[in-house]
Structure formats: structure tokens, C-alpha cells
Design a protein around this ligand. Structure first.
Ligand SMILES: Cc1cc2nc3c(=O)[nH]c(=O)nc-3n(C[C@H](O)[C@H](O)[C@H](O)COP(=O)(O)OP(=O)(O)OC[C@H]3O[C@@H](n4cnc5c(N)ncnc54)[C@H](O)[C@@H]3O)c2cc1C
Length: 337
């Protein structure tokens, strides 16, 4: 266990914050031993995956635990389905690639999302028309109070849009140890409808795409429009796309005829990026922080010297201006600490 430990290398915003204590654990037994110690000292806990969805606004007066649980296993379920289980510390994109190399389908639209497998259920990671709930079977978690291992199936996880029980009722109560997915091994379902996948496949000259082609197209699109955290500190989309009542949307449509929306019964999901852009934030920089020039939903540590507090304050200014112009309250997707 190390003391007064810099978390700068452990968050993709690249902001400085110190943890009072820090430890890396490589097995569930090590984790349990560590938690027993933390309980005896009543230390607050912070679990670290890839650090790609957290904003550290201050030093952490507790124990930060880096989860290095590794390993991937699989079991054939039938002629066309395989159950693949990955431990929490596996890198998400490497896991996706290892499945694609075996021609297992279901994860291809989720290529190149930063972070670890163990964090994927936290916000039901999603991209390009797929969310993990579409292929999720269950996850094993450690109950932080009882230190017993429990299994959470799809229903128990209560997945929603960038949401799960782990961000709601179960927040701070469990640590995810491993996640199991049901993937196809022969006949795959190809999803090309969302975003620019079709046009990117056309660019690549592909008419009959495989799951590997979909992954390639998604990687190309992501690399062309999202900043690489290794080069510019960021945590991807900072805000969720808000869902507003249909009547509110119709009102806005009269004032802003170009507003886009995706209706669902009496509600409409509105792209947060468009709202932010309309408020003049795209590419705008204040001090060390900016909204990305290609994707206004992404807040960046523009100079590399931003503090978490500066980034948080910048996000508050965006929330306030969207609220003032459209009467819509944006929710932060990133976990604030
Ligand atoms: C460039 C970029 C693009 C992105 N694109 C997408 C996208 O398309 N779709 C999407 O959904 N997300 C996206 N994200 C956000 C992020 O990659 C995902 O949310 C990812 O799942 C976070 O994983 P992580 O391991 O880095 O989480 P961390 O940031 O390490 O942790 C996030 C939260 O989960 C907690 N935590 C971590 N591990 C565990 C565990 N095992 N058990 C319990 N709690 C835990 C942490 O304490 C923290 O509160 C993007 C981020 C970046 C930087």
C-alpha cells in the first residue's frame, strides 16, 4: 500500500489528485484482505478501472484500489452461442478484439471504448446501436458490506441508458469482479443502421460486412471524431443525451426548427451535442479547459494543466447555458469525485 499517491496516470482527463492510500490487487483474495483492512480503518473506497469515466475534483481521503483481476474464459452453449467471461481488470477493447479474433459476434459495435470490462455494467456502455445489455448474461460482484460474492443477472442490473443499479440503489455497495456475455459463434447479427457505419463501409468498399468489418468501420469513425485520451485528456461524452416530454419538444421545434429528436412514446431524446453547440460552446476554451472542436459533448483538458475543479466548473457553465436557452437540464455522464 502506498501513501499520498498521485492518481494522475489513472484518470484519462490527466488531472492531478492524490489518494491518501493506493493499492493494486491481483486476485479476489487480495481484494478481500484489502477490504478487511479498509473496514478496520473505516477508510472510504475508490475503485479504479481504466479511469476513463471519472473526474477527480479533489484529493481522495481514503483507499484507491486498482483492480488488476485478469483472465478470460469461455464455454460453448450450443452450435451458435458461446458464453465468454472476462475478469474486471481486462481492458475492454483488447477483450473485444480477442472475441473478434475468434469470430465471436456481439461486441463489434462497441470497439475502441476505453476502460475495463469490470466497469462496463456501471453505465451499460453503449455505442453505435449496441449496449452491453444486448449481450450481457450476468456479473459476479463482491458485496462490500458482507464481503460475499453475489451474481447479478440482467434483470437485477436494471440497465438503462448509460445507467444501472450500480449507479443508483447499488452505488458504492458492490465491486464488480467479472462479467459474462453471450456471443454468437457462427451466424452473426450485423448492425449497420446507426451513425456513420453504412457510409464508412461504403468508403472501405465493403458491401457484405463481417463482424470484423463492422469493428473496423466503428474504429475508423471513432478515431476520426473523438480525441485520443493519450494525446488530449478527456472522458468521452461528458453529458448524457436528455430525454424530454413530447410537449416540451414540440414547443422547442417551433422556436428551433432544426432541433433533432428521437421520439419514444411521450418522450423525445435530444442530442446533447446539438444543444451545447447551439449555445456556442463547440471548440470554446476557458483557461485550461475546452469543448472539443469536433464533438462539443466532449470536454477536454486543453492545455494538459487543467484541474478537476476547472473542468467541473466549465461543465456547470454548459449546463447553465443549455438550461437558459432550451429549458433542459443536462445530466453529467462522467462520475464526479
Ligand atoms: C474517448 C472516450 C470515448 C468514450 N466512448 C464511450 C462510448 O462510446 N460509450 C460509453 O458508454 N462510454 C464511453 N466512454 C466512457 C468510458 O470509456 C466508459 O464508461 C468505460 O466503461 C469506463 O471504464 P473505466 O474502467 O475507465 O472506468 P473508471 O473511470 O475507472 O470508473 C468509472 C466508475 O466506476 C467505478 N468502478 C470502476 N471499476 C469498478 C468495478 N470493477 N466495480 C465497481 N465500480 C467500479 C469507479 O470507481 C468510477 O466511479 C468513453 C470515454 C473516452 C475517454
Amino acid at each position: 500500500m502506498q501513501e499520498n499517491f498521485s492518481l494522475k496516470p489513472f484518470n484519462t482527463f490527466g488531472v492531478e489528485a492524490k489518494a491518501k492510500y493506493f493499492i493494486e490487487v491481483n486476485s479476489v483474495d487480495e481484494l478481500i484482505e484489502t477490504l478487511k483492512h479498509a473496514h478496520s480503518q473505516t477508510l472510504p473506497l475508490l475503485f479504479l478501472g481504466g479511469g476513463s469515466n471519472i473526474l477527480l475534483t479533489k484529493d481522495f481521503d481514503g483507499l484507491a484500489i486498482k483492480l488488476n483481476l485478469k483472465g478470460i474464459s469461455e464455454k460453448a452453449l450450443n452450435e451458435n452461442e458461446v458464453l465468454v467471461t472476462a475478469k474486471a481488470g481486462e481492458n475492454w477493447h483488447e477483450f473485444v478484439m480477442s472475441c473478434l479474433n475468434k469470430n465471436y459476434g456481439g461486441l463489434e459495435n462497441l470497439s475502441l471504448i476505453p476502460g475495463n470490462v469490470g466497469t462496463s455494467p456501471m453505465q451499460n456502455v453503449g455505442a453505435y446501436g449496441t449496449e452491453i445489455k444486448d449481450i450481457f448474461v450476468d456479473c459476479k460482484v463482491l458485496n462490500l458490506e458482507t464481503l460475499e460474492i453475489e451474481t447479478f443477472n440482467l434483470e437485477k442490473c436494471r440497465f438503462g441508458y448509460r445507467d444501472s443499479i450500480f449507479k443508483q440503489k447499488g452505488k458504492g455497495k458492490y465491486v464488480i469482479l467479472e462479467v459474462s456475455f453471450k456471443l454468437t459463434s457462427k451466424i452473426h447479427s450485423i448492425k449497420t443502421e446507426y451513425g456513420a457505419i453504412k457510409s464508412e463501409l461504403e468508403n472501405l468498399g465493403i458491401t457484405n460486412p463481417t463482424i470484423q468489418d463492422i469493428s473496423k468501420a466503428v474504429i475508423n469513425i471513432r478515431q476520426s471524431k473523438l480525441p485520443d485520451p493519450k494525446e488530449i485528456g478527456n472522458a468521452g461524452s461528458f453529458f448524457k443525451n436528455p430525454t424530454i416530454p413530447l410537449a416540451h419538444f414540440e414547443n422547442l421545434k417551433e422556436q428551433f426548427p432544426n432541433i433533432q429528436g428521437y421520439p419514444n412514446e411521450n418522450f423525445v431524446k435530444v442530442p446533447a451535442g446539438w444543444l451545447i453547440e447551439q449555445c456556442g460552446w463547440k471548440g470554446k476554451q476557458i483557461g485550461n479547459v475546452a469543448s472539443h472542436k469536433l464533438q462539443s459533448l466532449v470536454i477536454i483538458n486543453a492545455t494538459g494543466n487543467a484541474t478537476g475543479k476547472e473542468i467541473f466548473d466549465f461543465s456547470t457553465l454548459i449546463i447553465d447555458s443549455v438550461k437558459e436557452k432550451f429549458g433542459i437540464e443536462l445530466d453529467r455522464e462522467v462520475n464526479i469525485l
